[in-house]
Ligand binder design. Structure first.
Ligand code: FE2
Length: 400
């Protein structure tokens, strides 16, 4: 995170005596990235955050990935993956992944276990529903259209709060996720040409301290580089009375992303919202189309030769498009090596259109993506051939 926050009770000077009402010391925890040479947070616990009484190996669901071979564009219909009951952490169904990132879909109606991903940051996009994300830093209320950034090793849990299940796309990085560096000053402030800024980011607004009556041994699921382990802590980890620093979870709504437009078709980087090791994330939002009198709003065919492109269609009237079967909840995968673009007829049909009302989230990865079991289970296998013939639909008007 680029800017400093102080929440709850903290002492005037760091690493000094800070005492609880009973006279005992609060326990400091310095949570820092990149060997404490980058952002950090200093948290004050009522109990030792180190006190575990048990560690048990936990079997993970299948993380098997099949190569995209023969190389094909893919269409995944995620809403076919509905399940009866699940939570946002253990109910993830792996769609796509490589050594840098794993992309899963989840439909959740129950609270998750306490959870910490020690292998990297998580960027979770909420497609539908509402949830309370409870963390050691405090609570975030999130809903449809929110990106939720959870720094590596943030202990948290997801609690659905609406009448409908929560649908999320979970992007698990193997490193740290943040705003594109070109939008930040050398000191980390968002610059004027950035499509969003500090005012658009929502952070936990207060410490979340569990009631003394519920302060008991508590299990936390830890995902780490060699698997999953369940710790049992002597005390509930939500015992932080205050923290400060530049490292904490936050939410950003896609509805607060201000599109960058021009006289001619703008390239994909104008939609970039986040970056992580080996991938970027872009937001396509309602916007005016290009305003040159001879402009063509539909994108040109393009070969993104260094990336696999994943587009998650999350809002707008995709049903009006003909032919490709793209619908809300669809994911298209256009891999490096495949030239893609609008379907036949849609370039001509786009001329004169003034705006688009669609929302989509794009993940471009710099290494090839493999296909998880869930992708193969919900794939529309006819998609690769939809550019042939007299089809008039466009499945890709959002893409640059
Ligand atoms: Fe594209």
């Amino acid at each position: 995170m680029p800017f400093y926050r102080a929440v709850g009770e903290i002492p005037r000077k760091r690493h000094t005596q800070f005492r609880q009402p009973d006279g005992s010391l609060y326990a400091e925890e310095l949570m820092g990235v990149e060997g404490f040479s980058s952002d950090s947070a200093l948290l004050y616990h009522r109990h030792l955050p180190t006190a575990i009484v048990e560690a048990v190996a936990v079997d993970e669901p299948s993380t098997q990935l099949a190569p995209n071979h023969p190389l094909k564009p893919r269409h995944l219909k995620t809403h076919k993956l509905d399940v009866a009951s699940a939570d946002v952490v253990t109910g993830r169904q792996l769609l796509l992944g490589n050594d840098d990132v794993r992309i899963s879909y989840c439909v959740a109606d129950s609270p998750s276990p306490l959870y910490r991903n020690a292998a990297g940051d998580e960027l979770v996009y909420v497609e539908e529903g509402a949830a309370r994300v409870e963390t050691v830093f405090g609570t975030l209320q999130v809903g449809a259209g929110d990106y939720v950034v959870l720094p590596t090793s943030t202990t948290h849990r997801w609690v659905p709060t609406g009448d409908e299940p929560v649908r999320v796309l979970a992007i698990e990085a193997r490193g740290h996720v943040g705003p594109p560096k070109r939008y930040l000053s050398v000191k980390g402030q968002f610059l004027e040409h950035a499509p969003y800024c500090e005012r658009d980011l929502r952070a936990p607004d207060g410490p979340l301290v569990v009631d003394e009556a519920h302060d008991e041994q508590t299990k936390v699921l830890v995902r780490h580089r060699s698997g999953c382990t369940q710790y049992t802590y002597a005390h509930h980890p939500f015992d932080v009375v205050g923290w400060d620093g530049c490292l904490y979870p936050y939410a950003f709504s896609i509805h607060d992303f201000e599109p960058i437009t021009g006289r001619l078709h703008q390239p994909p980087p104008v939609h970039q919202t986040f970056e992580g090791p080996g991938f970027v994330v872009c937001s396509f939002v309602p916007r005016l189309f290009d305003y040159h009198p001879q402009s063509i709003p539909a994108p040109y065919n393009h070969a993104n030769v260094d990336s696999d492109e994943v587009l998650f269609y999350v809002g707008g009237d995709f049903m009006s498009r003909k032919g490709a079967g793209i619908e809300l909840g669809s994911i298209s995968l256009h891999p490096s090596g495949f030239i893609h673009g609008p379907q036949p007829g849609s370039v001509e049909a786009s001329i004169g259109k003034e705006r688009t009302d669609e929302y989509a989230v794009m993940v471009d990865t710099f290494r090839p993506l493999g296909l998880g079991d869930a992708a193969l289970a919900c794939e529309d296998t006819g998609y690769a051939w939809t550019w042939v013939g007299g089809s008039t639909h466009s499945n890709d008007s959002t893409s640059g």
